[in-house]
Design a protein around this ligand. Structure first.
Ligand SMILES: Cc1ncc(COP(=O)(O)O)c(C=O)c1O
Length: 438
């Protein structure tokens, strides 16, 4: 579902008028719907009910404390990729014991921190990493719970930058080397407790087929590892794709109706219907690591039109948000629907590029897009920006980070203050000759 829709030609998030929010807090402004996040969590959790399972939200998709708290409150676990993400989860009220720690480059300090806090499992991505975890655990007098990430060499059929399950990707251990890697860990690493297996083939998958192919390939291996090493869990990763073309006139989750397959999302039901029968015979705890599915449709980036510019080739709508606020179009050719907060009754459309103020040609939100004519001062919503939006934001061009709002029914909570100019230079020092500055 999504919770952004027009009511009497004004865009609301749940019951909150977005133009009023933009006036109060300024733009660029990220706005998230709590209703969508809880709905998505509960639907996925419910669809997997017949299995012993834990939904571990992939924190990287959006790591604001209020979002993590929302998920922790529902009993969710977390998939983290850094010590910083673990710190956030704990601050938000999440349990380290419900966290898995992914990533190809964990540092000694991060491993020590995660062991001290008692995470559920390190999902290790190389033998070298296993040896380091073993060494750190030994020095701390602990046993480290570990899983290895298998690279099943399956094509996720998504953008090459978010495809992770092919042999040429840096992630995981090659499928045919897994038994050997587990045997070596069992033999040579006395401070490890071999607890599971992990897999994640990519992000924004819109077809169930690669998930099925990967699961069918992995399940016999996982069963064998259960026999040999008594593993307890299998994490099937994240990757469930979302619809970036929203319907703003209907909150109906089935609005895509008869759209072609590539424009339809996976539904949680079709995902569960396909995967549960493949996973069930393992009789293991199944972990899921959804990121985008949980928060993607839950967020919008509000931005104000600064200027209109007619060039020889194109008309540009220049807005006050940039690629530093939302980098998906520049980074992975991500497509976002853009809609004005006030819908015009005039149905004529004009073709424009919606661009930001940053000095890069890649700084755009849409190219050759048919939009209702807009004027300077209008506010636009860049929709489905809740995942990999703020989390990837930067201060490039010395632009302060945007504020974030969590809407809950009629309430709008400020969950991150807009950065100030002073915030921009916090911690920086100019070397001086005098001792004071050193
Ligand atoms: C290991 C792992 N798990 C889960 C995810 C979440 O993926 P998604 O947001 O597509 O669900 C990612 C994304 O990069 C990941 O690397």
């Amino acid at each position: 579902m999504h919770s952004f829709r027009y009511v009497q030609n004004r865009m609301l998030c749940e019951s909150v008028d977005l133009e009023a929010l933009a006036q109060k807090h300024g733009t660029p402004l990220y706005v998230y719907s709590k209703e969508t996040i809880t709905d998505h969590f509960k639907r996925l959790d419910g669809a997997m009910d017949s299995l012993d399972h834990l939904v571990c939200y992939a924190v990287k998709a959006n790591s604001n404390l209020a979002i993590l708290h929302t998920i922790a409150e529902m009993g969710g676990g977390f998939d983290i990729v850094s010590g910083g993400e673990l710190f956030r989860v704990i601050k938000a009220g999440g349990k380290a014991g419900n966290c898995t720690f992914a990533g190809v480059g964990k540092t000694r300090a991060e491993i020590e921190y995660a062991l001290k806090e008692g995470i559920y499992s390190f999902n290790a991505e190389s033998e070298a990493e296993l040896r380091l975890i073993n060494e750190v655990a030994g020095a701390m007098g602990k046993k480290a719970p570990v899983a290895l990430r298998v690279n099943p060499n399956v094509d996720a059929k998504t953008h090459k930058y978010i495809s992770t399950g092919k042999s040429e990707n840096k992630f995981g251990i090659d499928f045919d080397r897994m038994l050997e890697a587990y045997a070596a860990a069992a033999k040579e690493c006395p401070n490890l407790e071999i607890r599971g297996v992990q897999m994640h083939i990519g992000s924004q998958l819109t077809s169930i087929d690669p998930f099925i192919e990967a699961a069918k390939k992995a399940v016999p291996l996982v069963a064998e590892l259960k026999k040999r090493h008594d593993i307890k869990f299998f994490s099937i990763g994240g990757g469930i794709g979302i619809v970036y073309h929203e319907s703003l006139d209907s909150g109906d989750v089935n609005w895509w109706g008869d759209k072609p397959a590539e424009e339809r999302p996976l539904t949680v039901q079709s995902y569960a219907n396909a995967l549960v029968p493949i996973l069930e015979p393992l009789k293991l705890r199944i972990l899921l690591e959804p990121g985008r599915f949980m928060v993607g449709n839950a967020g919008a980036l509000l931005t104000k039109v600064l200027f209109l510019k007619q060039g020889n080739a194109k008309k540009f709508v220049i807005v006050d948000a940039g690629m530093n606020d939302l980098i998906r179009p520049a980074l992975y050719e991500g497509w976002h629907q853009i809609a004005p907060l006030q819908k015009s009754t005039n149905t004529t459309l004009e073709k424009v590029d919606v661009v930001g103020p940053i000095c890069e040609s890649g700084d755009f939100f849409a190219q050759d897009r048919e939009l209702q004519p807009v004027d300077a001062g209008d506010t636009l919503a860049v929709l489905s920006a809740g995942a990999y939006g703020f989390g990837m934001a930067s201060n490039y061009n010395s632009r302060p980070l945007a504020a974030e709002i969590l809407v809950d029914g009629k309430e709008a909570h400020l969950i991150r203050e807009r950065q100030t100019l002073e915030d921009l230079i916090r911690g920086e020092h100019v070397p001086r000759d005098d001792k004071e500055g050193k």
